[in-house]
Design a protein around this ligand. Structure first.
Ligand code: ARG
Ligand code: GLU
Length: 662
């Protein structure tokens, strides 16, 4: 009997996990709710999204236009990632008050720091408007009407399935968002670029903010008179922890995926675009790294820029690896060929695959030129603003800035297909003798502020080239198709796919609109015979700790806590050891923009904050492979432990609400 059970269990493990692919529209979540409940979810579709009563969506925000955050108190307290708050933390940091290095803990509401330009948006509602638009209403009319509904309202109409459906999204924006707490970077960015996109992971990637509103609880510009915002809903926190197989759900704002593109586009990304952009960033990062190492003021000055350049640079490498190892080009090709065979006797779809392929062949070169131009010429400033010039570190960055100019113009000459190099550039290079010499001349002018016309004219020329390319392409970006020949073809292609592939669960590509992803806590087979468990602990941090290595040099306080085992209520026995849980792995489908998203358990309680994916699994922007695609979250118990035991800011916990104990 025991034997049979074991065999059955072993068999079940071998079966492919029900795919956890998908980023679902919250207003349509009732279509998925049965499957979610079968996986363990205990709440209803109305609990996730409702326009009649408070629901989870009212506790989720788009943070700073590109990340996600979640409300965790009745007084507007909000959690997101450290890397999402990074810009704000950097802005408040100086060599004397270096919050990036040492962390920041407001000891009272008065000490919470305002952040000009930082805002959050709540989704008020979303609705499909395909029929209304077809009947003659315009998107502008719908947007204008929605924005008149309330203070701070912003609306947009977004395309789903390449325009087969359109949705109106109505948001309420709050502009007074203050920094409450951030751990030292040696916790919040522990592992740095070395560990970024890597599992096993030990990063305490969180920061704490608070939304302020007018006395009427309405959106308001920053004012000392403002009061903490009272949200309709905030998440209860679970300290019960997670274990392999547990249901998880992620609620957030994934930015951009392209799950339905042809093999031609996948090949272009993996063989041409990503490798070129990676190589260009290699050199740029080297220049910045040297500057940061030579001068503490420059370390801060370049912190945020370096992190964002390095982040995509490393992600693209993982994407290429994943696509190559998993044979994505071949599998996409087989898929589109099977569709094409089915389509042969259907006039609407018969020619669409070959037309798409022809269109790709036509636009690949100019599109590549566009990407290279953005990565080089457009990575350089047309001028340095007065605000930048006023910064103490500005003068000290001169050599590193000049080096980047020379390097990037050199890269433009090398990578941009010659027929797309702009005339102004070619003339400059001919006159000065080399791209580097031309760059040095341009730089002198822009740096001193004396000659801003030369650079403006180069950029003007590049801009004309780009609009020529845009005209050739019929679109601004292959990632965000708007109206173009390619988009029209994809509109037809995906309509056909949905008729043909009855087995597949279709969901619209991510486009920075609110989505639900669900899956389970899950490890994965990293390599033959090498299984990666889904949970890391404080013991792993201590094992990596090394005062000689910047990325692994932890605060002394953490070492002391480990030595004395004073974990307080956050100590937990894992695999027979008493420790503190740090990060966990799950099978939710996420992408950039999901950073800071709440990770919720079967009861809708907060168990973690999403912040990353494993390296090769970043291919899930193009094809989700359930065998390897995993998201990475920081365990909420580690967040609470750091707030309580490292920051000694336990008073923040007093305004949070905790679920039932084990
Ligand atoms: N990879 C994560 C994301 O895409 C975290 C990035 C921040 N960390 C860093 N070392 N740059 O945003
Ligand atoms: N760190 C990413 C972000 O900034 C999320 C990780 C991912 O791309 O999955 O949104």
């Amino acid at each position: 009997m025991k034997h049979t059970l074991l065999t059955l269990a072993a068999l079940l493990c071998l079966l492919p996990a029900a795919a956890d692919e998908g980023m679902w529209l919250p207003s349509l979540i009732s279509e998925r709710i049965d499957e979610m409940r079968a996986k363990g979810f205990r709440l209803t579709a109305e609990d996730i999204y409702s326009i009649n009563r408070a629901s989870m969506k009212d506790a989720v925000v788009l943070f700073d236009g590109g990340c996600t955050g979640e409300l965790v108190s009745a007084e507007g307290l909000l959690l997101t990632n450290h890397h999402c708050g990074y810009d704000a933390i950097q802005r408040h940091s100086t060599v004397e008050h270096d919050y990036l290095t040492h962390g920041f803990w407001a000891r009272s509401r008065e000490e919470e720091l305002p952040n000009e330009g930082l805002n959050v948006r709540f989704l008020v509602r979303m609705e499909e408007v395909t029929d209304r638009l077809a009947a003659g209403e315009t998107a502008e009319e719908l947007i204008r009407a929605a924005e008149a509904e309330g203070k701070g309202y912003h609306a947009s109409v977004e395309q789903m399935y390449y325009g087969n459906q359109q949705f109106l999204f109505v948001y309420r924006q709050f502009d007074d968002v203050r920094l409450v707490a951030a751990p030292p970077s040696s916790i919040g960015k522990f592992g740095g670029d070395t560990d970024n996109w890597i599992w096993p992971r030990h990063t305490g990637d969180f920061s704490v903010f608070r939304i302020y509103a007018s006395k009427e609880n309405e959106p308001a510009a920053y004012s000392p008179e403002n009061v903490p915002f009272r949200p309709e809903k905030f998440f209860t926190i679970s300290t019960r922890g997670v274990k392999e197989g547990d249901f998880t759900m992620i609620y957030g704002f994934p930015g951009n995926t392209q799950e339905y593109i042809l093999s031609d586009a996948v090949r272009y990304i993996a063989e041409r675009s990503d490798p070129a952009k990676i190589a260009i960033r290699d050199g740029r990062l080297e220049i910045i790294r040297r500057a940061q190492q030579s001068d503490p003021a420059l370390r801060i000055h370049y912190a945020s820029k370096q992190a964002s350049i390095a982040n995509a640079w490393k992600k693209w490498q993982g994407e290429v690896l994943g696509i190559t190892r998993r044979g994505t080009v071949a599998s996409k090709q087989a898929y589109e060929e099977a569709f094409d065979a089915w389509a042969q006797d259907k006039p609407e779809y018969a020619g669409v695959v070959s037309a798409l392929k022809a269109e790709y062949a036509r636009i690949m070169d100019p599109y590549f030129a566009r990407e290279i131009t953005a990565e080089t010429l457009y990575a350089l400033p047309a001028r340095y603003t007065d605000k930048e010039r006023a910064e103490e570190a500005f003068a000290r960055s001169e050599a590193a800035e000049r080096a980047q100019w020379e390097y990037l113009l050199g890269a433009y000459a090398r990578y941009c297909p010659e027929q797309y190099q702009v005339p102004e550039f070619l003339r400059g290079v001919a006159r000065c003798g080399s791209p580097e010499a031309y760059a040095a001349e341009l730089f002198e002018g822009v740096w001193s502020g004396a000659d801003t016309t030369s650079m403006a004219s180069l950029r003007g020329d590049a801009k004309r080239m780009l609009s020529h390319v845009t005209w050739l392409l019929g679109t601004k970006s292959l990632r965000n198709l708007t109206s173009s020949r390619l988009n029209e073809l994809y509109t037809t292609y995906i309509k056909g796919l949905r008729e043909w592939d009855r087995e597949r669960a279709f969901y619209p590509d991510a486009n920075l609109t609110l989505r639900v992803a669900y899956g389970t806590i899950a490890g994965y087979e990293y390599a033959d015979g090498e299984y990666h468990k889904p949970q890391t602990t404080l013991d792993g941090i201590i094992a990596k700790d090394d005062p000689e290595i910047y990325d692994y040099d932890i605060p002394q306080r953490l070492r002391d806590l480990y030595a004395s085992k004073e974990y307080g209520r956050w100590g937990t026995v894992i695999d027979g050891r008493r420790t503190v849980p740090v990060c966990f792995l799950a099978s939710n489908h996420t992408t950039g923009g999901n950073s800071g998203s709440p990770v919720l358990n079967a009861d809708g309680e907060l168990v973690g904050i999403n912040f990353d994916r494993t390296w090769r699994s970043t291919m899930s922007d193009i094809a989700f492979d359930p065998a390897i695609c995993r998201n990475i979250a920081v365990d909420i118990r580690y967040v609470l432990f750091v707030i309580d035991r490292v920051g000694e800011a336990g008073y923040l916990l007093d305004e949070m609400k905790f679920g039932r104990k084990r």
